[in-house]
Every structure is written in C-alpha cells, then in structure tokens.
Design a protein around this ligand. Structure first.
Ligand SMILES: Nc1ncnc2c1ncn2[C@@H]1O[C@H](COP(=O)(O)OP(=O)(O)OP(=O)(O)O)[C@@H](O)[C@H]1O
Ligand SMILES: [Mg+2]
Length: 399
C-alpha cells in the first residue's frame, strides 16, 4: 500500500496550515490599520530625519487582541521603508517573559547587532556601553520592542531605567535608540520609578478589544489564508466568533479553528461542520497558557501542580492556602525539592493570578480575619496536570 498516495487522495481541508500558526505574521491585519498608521506617523522621523529623535511608546491592551502581531508587522514595514532609503534601522523584538532577566534581554539586544556575542563575562553596565559603541560605530538606529514588559518588573527595572535614559547621557546629539514597550495592563508598571514611568507614559497606544463583527472578519481572513475555499461556512465562523466574544482572544479562535480542521480531516470530511467546532472547543487549553507553562521555572511549576492536585483531591471548587501547602510539602518531599518560603509561595500565587491561571478570592471570616481561597475556573484539572507533568518530565523531573 502506498501510504502517501492514500493520504493524498483524501480531501484536504487545509490550503496552508502554517498560516494558522499563532506566530505567523500576515502582511495585512484587518481592524488594526488605525494602529499601524499611528505607529508609522510616530516613527516617520526615523526615516525623514535619521537619528534626530528617540521615540518611546507604550502599547496596552488585553490578551490575544493583536498587540504583538501588529508591532511585528510594523517592524517589517519599517525595515522595508528604511532599506529602500538606505537608512540603517535595526528592529529587535524581545519577549521579556521568555528571556526572564534584564541581563538576558541585554544579550539579546547586542546579538541583534552582533550575532556571536558571548553569553557571559560582562556586567550589565559593560553591555550597555557596548550597545552604544556598536550603534555609533555602525551608524545604526535601534528600535527595541520589549514585549510582555511586565515580566521585567522586580527583575530588570534598572535595565528599563537605563534604556529609557541612554539617549540623554551618552550619545551627544545623535539619538540612536527607540523603544516600544508592550503590556496588557498599565497598572503593572506602577512599581517603576516615577521618572521612568512618566517617560514611558508620554505616548500610550491602547489597543481596543475587537467587536463581534471584527472578530468575525478576522477569523474569516485567517481561514481564507489557511483553508481551502468553502471548507468553512460563514455560519460556522459566526459560531466561533460567538465563542470568542466572551474574552476576545483571537489566539484562542485560531486554536479552535486549527483543531476543528484537523478533526474534519481525520474524519475525511470535505467541510468543517458544527460538531468539529464543538469538539475543537472542548478542553482546549489556550496556547497562551501552554506557552506560559513552558517557560515557567520548575519550582513555580511544582507549586502550581500542588494547587491542581489539592483541588482534585478535595473535589471542591475552591481551596485554601493551608490545604495547598500540605500537598505542596508532599510533592516537594517526593521530588526532594526544598519547599519555598511562605512569602515566595505567596508571590507565586499573585503571579498565577496575573497570568490568568488561577483566581484568588479573599473572604472575611468573622472576627478571626480573612481567608484566601484559590480557584481554577477555566481549565480541566486532569488536562492541566498532565501538561505540567509532561513539561517537568522533559526537564528530567519525575513526580
Ligand atoms: N487583526 C488581526 N488579523 C489577523 N490576525 C490577528 C489579528 N489580531 C490578532 N491576530 C492573531 O491573533 C493571535 C494573537 O495576537 P497577538 O499575539 O498579537 O496578541 P497579543 O495582544 O500580543 O496578546 P498577549 O497580550 O497575550 O501577548 C496571533 O496569532 C495574531 O496573528
Ligand atoms: Mg503578545
């Protein structure tokens, strides 16, 4: 039997599966034209009068509404426009959550100019000076995008401070560095010193949530790019938009669409039907959650696992911190991990809450004071547990 021939005979739902990938950058973005145009206006001077100004922009808006993809597309547009005019502009997009420390962010910045720059052996101050030296030497303007900037708070404030100041101190009259910061919620930046904050807050572009109609158009646009004609009817796009409208996360919609298409294909259907969408939407762990887990440090991941296990054992919808710590200690014992301090665990809880993994509810209980309860409303526990165990076992940790 010729397996390839058999497979090729099957009707295909996909035209180009890669265009449904979360990281794919389309060359146009429906309903983000206004933001692209605004960014172009703000950065126009980089092209008309190179190195005369330094722009610092902050972008805010909820999860999955196109902040990252819009800025990346803008980066492409800027690179093209500058190349055409022989102006040297470098664009570097850094995800602060993935880099995890100010030092790593700096290394990434340097490597965007010098590919093989060594990982270690320099102080942050050295690195900053090297960046400036390179920019002057190669006559470059660098646009640094600090995506998910909130992850540098408490770890890399100094870096944010220095980067926003670089032009003031060290470059004579040449302005060689611009910054775009991206955060979901501006309040996470409150810990920054007030002058850094005010520098960043001077230009804020807030990305609005998409309306239901806009969500429809966007899903249709991505379906047209990736699926064969007629594989998905407008009614079904409506159905997906309905599901998405609650939280507006397009990333989640692309996931449903991809899974529904795969299900249709596995059943040798010519078209996606409503049942495929339903099945595709079931137990779907959003990609953003999986991504957060993948880059989470192991001690924190183990604490999250303890929360899930405690909720599973208790069979209740919410659980107290005390109950979690009992299970946490057992998990630590099994893995020979030293349990983290109370305050560290408390920090983890706040972070999980910010990352949309858990909900924290504080209840006043008579005179004794307040009690904290933890809930996991969105994700099926056994599935959640499996994903974490999987990640940990890839890191050589068996539980
Ligand atoms: N207007 C649009 N047209 C086409 N695709 C879009 C549009 N807006 C968002 N998307 C797609 O939706 C997904 C989520 O967008 P993106 O990653 O930019 O979200 P985000 O706002 O950065 O979210 P987060 O805060 O979670 O990082 C991406 O795969 C992106 O390509
Ligand atoms: Mg993003």
């Amino acid at each position: 039997m010729d397996y390839f021939e058999e497979l090729l005979k099957k009707p295909s739902i996909f035209k180009d599966e890669s265009k449904l990938d979360i990281n794919f950058i389309p060359d146009e973005l429906p309903h983000r034209e206004k933001e692209l145009s605004l960014l172009s206006q703000l950065f126009l001077t980089l092209i008309t009068n190179p190195n005369s100004i330094s722009r610092k922009i902050l972008i805010t808006g909820k999860t999955g509404i196109g902040k990252t993809v819009t800025v990346k597309l803008f980066g492409d547009i800027l690179k093209k426009a500058s190349r055409k005019r022989n102006i040297s502009i470098k664009y570097v997009h850094i995800n602060c959550r993935k880099e995890r420390s100010g030092y790593k962010v700096l290394i990434k910045i340097i490597r965007s100019i010098h590919k093989h720059f060594p990982q270690r052996g320099y102080s942050p101050q050295d690195l900053l000076e090297i960046v400036i030296e390179y920019l002057n030497k190669y006559d470059l303007h660098l646009l640094i995008v600090l995506d998910e900037l909130s992850y540098l708070i408490n770890k890399g404030e100094d870096l944010i401070y220095s980067l926003t100041r670089i032009n003031d101190d060290s470059m004579n009259s040449q302005q060689r560095l611009s910054i775009i910061g991206i955060v979901r919620d501006i309040s996470c930046l409150n810990n920054l010193d007030s002058s850094t904050l005010s520098t960043l807050q001077r230009n804020i572009i807030n990305f609005d949530e998409y309306s239901r109609e806009q969500i429809f158009n966007i899903i249709k646009f991505r379906a047209d790019l990736s699926l064969n004609q007629n594989a998905l009817s407008d009614d079904l796009i409506e159905m997906i938009s309905e599901i998405l409208f609650k939280n507006g996360d397009i990333r989640y919609g692309l996931n449903i669409l991809w899974r529904a298409a795969k299900i249709a294909e596995s059943q040798s259907l010519k078209y996606i039907n409503a049942e495929c969408i339903r099945a595709g939407n079931q137990n779907l762990v959003p990609y953003s959650t999986q991504d957060i887990l993948k880059y989470m440090a192991s001690p924190k991941l183990i604490f999250l696992l303890a929360i899930i296990k405690s909720l599973k054992v208790s069979e209740k919808t919410q659980i107290s911190f005390l109950d979690i710590s009992k299970i946490y200690n057992i998990v630590c014992e099994n893995t020979r991990l030293k349990p983290r301090s109370y305050s560290q665990l408390w920090n983890y809880l706040q972070e999980f809450h910010r990352e949309n993994l858990i909900l924290i509810k504080v209840k006043s209980e008579n005179i004794k004071g307040r009690k904290t309860f933890i809930k996991i409303p969105n994700i099926e526990l056994s599935k959640f547990e499996k994903i974490i165990l999987n990640i940990l076992s890839h890191r050589g940790l068996k539980i």
